[in-house]
Design a protein around this ligand. Sequence first.
Ligand code: GDP
Ligand code: IMO
Ligand code: MG
Length: 426
Amino acid sequence: MAVDLLLGLQWGDEGKGKIVDVLTSKYNIIARFQGGPNAGHTLVFNGRKHVLHTIPSGIFHDNTTNLVGNGVVIDPVIFKKELDKLEEQHVDYRKSMLISRKAHIILPTHRLLDAASETAKGKAKIGSTLKGIGPTYMDKTGRNGLRVGDLELSDWKERYRALADKHESMISYYNVDIQYDLAELEKEFFEAIKVLKTLKFIDSEEYLYQAQKAGKTILAEGAQGSLLDIDFGTYPFVTSSNTTAAGACTGLGVSPSQIGDVFGIFKAYTTRVGSGPFPTELFDEDGATMSRVGQEFGATTGRPRRCGWLDLVALRYACQVNGVTQLMMMKGDVLSGFNTLKVCTAYNYKGETITHFPYNIEPENVKPIYTEFKGWKEDLTEMADANQLPKALNTYIEFLEKELEIPITIVSVGPDRKQTIFRNSK
Ligand code: GDP
Ligand code: IMO
Ligand code: MG
């Protein structure tokens, strides 16, 4: 069986968690392949909201295996907190969760290094979630990292100490004022490692190979979004992993020839949290309305998300890089009530009209060129069938499908699992 992928096409927070939860009943295995607790994936069902950071979004379904793949970076402290929450809700994660031995571990000093690096950057800071993501991936590619499988070795504590000591000297190199009590942080860390070690560590690439051979269905769950990809995103204002389709191959050990559908998720408008260029960003009443109605606050950090119109130049680029086969449009309900909607269809780039995503999208180089659409007044949140969608929304959707040449098969009209409309499904 092929491995399907589900990816964010913008700057993250598109609604990946919700859709993975909606699709989980069709899959035997849900696998996270990159990122770590910088992610915040929100699921809403039975009147309750759940936010997951490292744990795959299939965890609330019985009979689904949830795999944390080799490309993920795990903070045992945050992981333990997620498990505690699951336990409160009587979710039996022990039987359904597997962790790759090759996943890297976020140390407390990685978090401190993240903070030191950001403080040293001053105004040029990335706006990192301060979860230690960048420093952990740096240790991975620098071949210094501590992996989950190392916890099974007798000398893992010495390895830990050597790495943490090195980090401490790096922190002092930054010469910034970072207050911390490492002994306190380590106490919490070692407690959490004990809990992590009670879970099942596996050679996940072998597991997935055998699962595919046995005909199991697998959905790979992306974190962040394509415009935060370390190679293809708005560098340096990106995260430190490949969030795009290729990341699922390296982050799970799945061959490109095994990839099936690529589900690309986007909001009907655009948001971004943290620093970096954002051509269609709004600073007016329309942006404030999106923020208020869409409740645009980060699920991990609580920071307000910047809001703007849909950017088709960026979206087309993300669809190309990922080879998207089906699109899912989220938060259409948030746009109800706007008289006019705008979609950026091209950029004025240094005086020239372009439709491809250029190397540099800094505001001094790029001005969005918009196409306007009539808005709709209807409340979408109670709608359950594609036939109920207002004409103006259908015009908007059909325009996007035509421009992107990919069908929009899901229109999400609210945060709840049930507020999901299927259209043109294969
Ligand atoms: P993720 O990181 O991609 O999983 O997305 P987040 O959970 O960070 O952010 C998406 C937010 O939008 C969450 O608060 C969701 O509950 C909410 N959400 C998802 N889909 C919809 C939708 O169709 N309409 C509305 N109004 N909210 C949605
Ligand atoms: P999900 O999976 C939105 C952003 C941060 C910052 C940049 C680098 O919920 O969509 P990092 O901590 O990775 O070094 O931060 O990336 N960022 C996200 N923005 N959603 C996310 O994840 C994000 N994960 C990281 O705000 O700008
Ligand atoms: Mg999120």
